[in-house]
Write a protein that binds this ligand. Structure first.
Ligand code: PHB
Length: 390
């Protein structure tokens, strides 16, 4: 009896010891689960964010407050069911300290309940529907919101000869936000929205929509499509001779995405967009960022997704430092709120109330510089909060 008891006790002690050793080992690591669309229609977003996250780690070291940072990248193909499964596995099996990434709105929303249940900070680096941050108190956003950038265009266009508009947006969260916030502001400024068109998110054929626009003959077509889809809209817009028919294109900067802009051809010259980041942003911090990014990724130009990823890593790193490497979800979250810093895009902060990023929004025009197409900034609205929040 006694012997058996002794052996059992020894066994339990060994198990407890090995568990606590494993725990200690695990604790020395700080794991970031990066869920991104690495394949499929949204793959450029995944490619850009992963490259930027790795650049941030190369520049800032992979040990923070005594914890070794481990980046675990998972491909969700921008499919919310997959996002949810991956988030669950990362939280439960891999015991990640933070989940991050989220290339599209449905993906960010699918992970939100898991972040709440497990008290895991969720850093949204891409998705941009206003309401996302309300889906979980554990969400912090380093990207932008569509209302933030669309309102700027609603102010600019009517002051610059655009009196009538047709809107054309991808038919889901961010597109609906862009349509609503651009239209409301444009109309408030005396403009007239003749028609509101919505195209499907998956494999859209823009031709029938552009025909409608031609028939309606507005001064301008306002466009939002997600990063990666802009080149297709631009191509069909030009092929149909819309510009020659006297219809201007105005858009959010998602359309003249730096990832694709240089391949759009000279037809894109002169297109005015509003957005929070351009690779041509003329600050020393951005020049350094673009140079380092292109050195590490010779065939790529960083776009706004890359900057969302880079700044999201900054938010995580600084929160880990501020909490002295402890890594608890609530403490990390508290340390993410209110961070103020100089991003490659310009000065930003994480609003402690809304957990959304507050930033400058720029008006830009596509111009040629050194033989390449860029979004060249010509005006700025400072410190824009998300207008979508009540
Ligand atoms: C989104 O799904 O929230 C989204 C994706 C790409 C963008 C903007 C918003 O460029």
């Amino acid at each position: 009896m006694q012997r058996r008891h002794l052996i059992q006790t020894a066994g339990l002690t060994a198990l407890a010891l090995s568990m606590s050793l494993a725990g200690a080992q695990d604790n020395s690591k700080f794991k970031i689960g990066l869920i991104l669309p690495m394949t499929g229609q949204q793959a450029s977003t995944g490619r850009q964010i992963e490259a930027a996250a790795r650049l941030y780690m190369a520049q800032n070291g992979d040990t923070v407050a005594g914890r070794k940072i481990e980046l675990i990248v998972k491909d969700d193909v921008a499919t919310p069911d997959v996002t949810k499964r991956l988030a669950q596995e990362l939280i439960v099996n891999d015991k990640v300290n933070v989940i991050a990434g989220f290339g599209v709105t449905p993906a960010a929303l699918a992970a939100a309940p898991l972040a709440t249940q497990s008290k895991t900070p969720q850093v949204v680096m891409a998705a941009a529907t206003s309401s996302i941050t309300e889906a979980s108190p554990y969400i912090v956003r380093s990207s932008f919101t569509l209302p933030q950038v669309s309102v700027a265009m609603g102010d600019w266009a009517p002051k610059n000869g655009v009196k009538t508009v047709v809107t054309l947006v991808a038919d889901y969260g961010p597109g609906n936000d862009a349509e609503k916030f651009f239209s409301e502001r444009f109309q408030l400024n005396g403009g007239k929205v003749i028609e509101k068109l919505r195209v499907p998110l998956r494999n859209p054929d823009f031709a029938p929509f552009l025909q409608k626009v031609r028939d309606a003959k507005p001064d301008a077509l306002f466009v939002f499509v997600p990063s990666g889809a802009g080149a297709a809209v631009m191509k069909q817009f030009l092929e149909r001779g819309m510009d020659k028919a006297g219809i201007k294109m105005i858009a959010t900067g998602d359309v003249t995405d730096d990832d694709q802009l240089n391949d759009m051809g000279d037809g894109a010259l002169g297109v005015v967009t509003s957005h929070h980041y351009s690779a041509a942003h003329p600050s020393p911090a951005n020049k350094k960022f673009v140079e380092a990014f292109q050195k590490a990724n010779p065939k790529m130009r960083p776009n706004f997704m890359a900057v969302g990823g880079y700044d999201g890593m900054r938010v995580i790193y600084e929160a880990l430092k501020a909490t002295k490497g402890q890594g608890g979800g609530d403490a990390l979250l508290a340390a993410m709120k209110g961070q103020i810093f100089e991003s490659p895009r310009g000065p930003v902060y994480i609003d402690a109330q809304t957990r959304d990023i507050v930033q400058d929004v720029y008006l830009r025009k596509v111009e040629k510089k050194d033989g390449q197409l860029y979004n060249v900034e010509f005006d700025v609205i400072k410190g824009v909060k998300d207008p979508g929040k009540k």
